[in-house]
Design a protein around this ligand. Structure first.
Ligand code: DC
Length: 220
């Protein structure tokens, strides 16, 4: 069984996917974390972010493993769970995720992970490109204001106090980059169920998705 969730930054995808993964004993594949790990490594190696060949080569060299069911990201043997959330990764990631050669390698790896068993995965193209035949497809959304507020609080709790307006501008910039790129853009799959999380708490959304999963499983 594959449960796929797409949506913009700050819609609550990782928090919700993580909880559902634990509850239903599913393998959690956080595709954003995989792109973040490559971006972090590119920054460390000071690779020219316009050099697609070098970035594709770097992507091939990046061995990314999820531990504790997605709670920890291990890159080439090093735990980078904290580093991949640094603001500098957010700043540069759009340059990397738009590159078709990088996406091709990542999509193939994500598909391979999906063959392991029952999975829940989230990102921007998991309902459309990575798992177009997923059993359940969800598009998780929320207003820009709410998503920017959540990200601001997230950064603050991790010791990166940023300006609220700056976070809102940055979120809007990433929305535009995510939905306008040529390769793997953020789209609502025609058969996805959209859930707006703006005025909902985490538990409500988790319950809603679990009800959808149960309905789909019973229908099979
Ligand atoms: O979900 P996130 O914020 O951790 O994702 C980080 C970035 O990676 C974001 O700018 C969108 C991009 N991304 C992508 O292009 N494709 C995916 N499947 C997942 C994330």
């Amino acid at each position: 069984m594959v449960i796929a969730i797409d949506g913009p930054a700050g819609a609550g995808k990782s928090t919700i996917a993580q909880i559902i993964a634990d509850k239903l004993d599913l393998l959690y594949i956080n595709t954003g974390a995989m792109y973040r790990a490559v971006t972090w490594q590119a920054i460390q190696e000071k690779i020219d972010l316009k050099d697609q060949g070098a970035l594709a080569e770097l992507t091939r060299r990046c061995n990314i493993i999820f531990r504790d069911n997605g709670k920890k990201i291990i890159l080439n043997g090093v735990d980078v769970s904290r580093e991949i959330r640094y603001p500098e990764v957010d700043k540069h990631i759009s340059d990397i995720v738009k590159l078709p050669k990088v996406r091709e390698i990542m999509v193939e790896r994500q598909k391979q992970l999906g063959r392991i068993g029952n999975v829940i995965t989230e990102g921007r193209d998991v309902t459309t490109i990575v798992f177009p035949d997923a059993d359940v497809k969800i598009y998780l959304d929320a207003s820009l204001e709410e998503r920017a507020k959540r990200r601001y609080l997230q950064f603050e709790s991790k010791g990166h106090p940023l300006n609220q307006d700056q976070v809102k501008r940055e979120t809007a910039r990433r929305d535009k980059a995510d939905s306008s790129r040529e390769h793997g853009p953020l789209r609502v799959a025609p058969d996805a169920i959209t859930i707006d999380t703006t005025d909902k708490d985490i538990q409500q959304v988790v319950d809603e998705i679990i009800a959808i999963i149960k309905r789909e499983v019973n229908a099979c």
